[in-house]
Design a protein around this ligand. Structure first.
Ligand code: UDX
Length: 429
């Protein structure tokens, strides 16, 4: 099938690459020509394991092409995905101006039956808005339909998630469009759920917010554990064995960050406000999340007495492993807290150092994780990259100033750290 994907950010690029790899003829559209040049050279502008290979393959076999023109792409294809960013505005409301602008450009070019698919995470009602924009441009209602098709991929496992979705959600009341969209995804053999457009839009926000609440819940339990002698990891295992609860997204740590959870929790809270419902549960989850890292840092501060003049090593900067994304990463909060309290920060991340350097040029970046330890007064594990697990803690104890390990993600066990001579602190115990 001939498909355009407008926007080559995380969601758009992965969607375009995977659909092309499944055999569709896909045009990836972006106004940023330099991004498209990279893509056509088989180099992903974002760090995502496996993406370069798929880009090279699909560019070489001709299934994936690129264009800076929404009009040209729309004219050549029967399905147009909108996958542009919807960043939060100052008050937390998602900014959907880019979605509206793309809808207007698509509308101006529609000259044959076209399915316009909203893949961007947008507040409920945006599908109606997109439809209205296209109608206002004078396009006959018989010529187009707007489908909501939210994306559930996670950064770092985006290719796997796109190829193996738990479900494909299609929001449409048009049976013909639903059938056509099922054809797009047919090679995946995935379960397809067809619902109304508002329901589809809400499924995305509700799913992400629910997962964020789940993490905040276990982080709240971690605070209770710290006071009562329990261990949150044991509690989490015990809870997760209940099939009704499930074991995923029950890992206590420094809290959730990234490009989706913070934005979507705020977005759904705002949607509630707009519709006259105060979503206190989400406000509380957000508050627990904001307190989680601060609480951990306060423990470090009280252990050291003062952070003034101390050198603190940070292992990991990305908001989670296998990504270079630092949007709403806990590392940023940590760097700000440490700097405000007079500490010197030395950090390492396998891939997120260039991004972090742009916002925090003042801290010291080291090429090897072991160098974070040299002369440090304490080391904080911020992101649980697998390679950090292999660090030789016994050898590193010899180069560190004070052997204080603050493990924010429970990467090591107390036994591992203590037997290597470290004083060990972690979340929820
Ligand atoms: C999330 C959703 O999982 C995905 O379906 C959606 O499309 C986009 O948002 P992503 O933000 O890439 O994906 O990362 P995810 O793996 O979900 O982790 C989000 C945050 O929660 C990270 O900061 C992670 O460290 C944290 N987390 C996750 C926990 O603290 N504990 C857990 O048990 C799981």
């Amino acid at each position: 099938m001939k498909i355009s994907v407008v926007g080559t950010g995380y969601v758009g690029l992965v969607t375009a690459a995977v659909l092309a790899d499944l055999g569709h003829q896909v045009i990836g559209v972006d106004h940023d020509k330099s991004k498209l040049d990279k893509i056509t050279a088989g180099i992903s502008p974002i760090y995502e394991p496996g993406l370069d290979e798929i880009l090279s393959r699909t560019i070489a076999n001709g299934n994936l092409t690129t264009s800076t023109s929404i009009a040209e792409a729309t004219k050549q294809t029967e399905v147009v995905f909108i996958a542009v960013g919807t960043p939060p505005m100052a008050d937390g409301t998602p900014d959907i101006r880019a979605v509206k602008a793309v809808a207007a450009s698509v509308a101006a070019a529609i000259d044959k039956p076209t399915i316009v698919v909203n893949k961007s995470t947008v507040p409920v009602g945006t599908g109606d808005l997109v439809e209205q924009i296209i109608l206002d441009a004078g396009v006959s209602p018989e010529l187009f339909t707007v489908v909501s098709n939210p994306e559930f991929l996670r950064e770092g496992t985006a290719i796997y998630d796109t190829l193996n979705p738990d479900r494909i959600v299609l929001g449409t009341s048009d049976p013909g469009a639903a059938e056509k969209m099922k054809e797009v995804y047919e090679p995946l053999k995935a379960e397809v759920l067809v619902v109304s457009r508002p329901s589809a839009e809400l499924i995305k926000y509700a799913s992400n917010s629910f997962l964020a609440v789940k993490i905040s819940f276990i982080n709240a339990i971690s605070r209770i554990c710290e006071k009562c002698g329990g261990d949150v990891e044991e509690v989490s295992v015990g809870m997760g064995m209940d099939k009704r609860i499930g074991s995923q997204f029950l890992k206590a740590g420094l809290g959730w960050g990234g490009s989706c959870f913070p934005k979507d929790v705020q977005g759904l809270t705002k949607t509630g406000e707009r519709l006259g419902y105060r979503f206190d549960l989400l406000t509380a989850a957000d508050q627990i999340n904001n307190e989680q890292t601060l609480h951990f840092l306060t423990r470090l501060q009280s252990r050291l007495g003062s952070l003034q003049g101390r050198t603190i090593g940070l292992l990991g900067l990305a908001f989670k492993p296998n990504t270079d994304d630092i949007r709403d990463a806990k590392s940023l909060e940590i760097i700000e807290f440490l700097r405000t309290n007079g500490a010197t920060v030395v950090a390492h991340d396998p891939v997120a150092m260039p991004n972090t350097r742009q916002v925090h040029p003042e801290i010291c970046y080291v090429d090897k994780p072991a160098d974070v330890f040299s002369g440090a007064d304490a080391v904080i594990l911020v992101t649980e990259w697998a390679e950090f697990k292999n660090l030789d803690l016994a050898t590193l104890k010899k180069v560190v100033g004070t052997a204080l390990l603050f493990d924010g993600r429970r990467l090591w066990t107390r036994e591992e750290a203590e037997s290597a001579g470290w004083e060990y602190y972690t979340v929820g115990v």
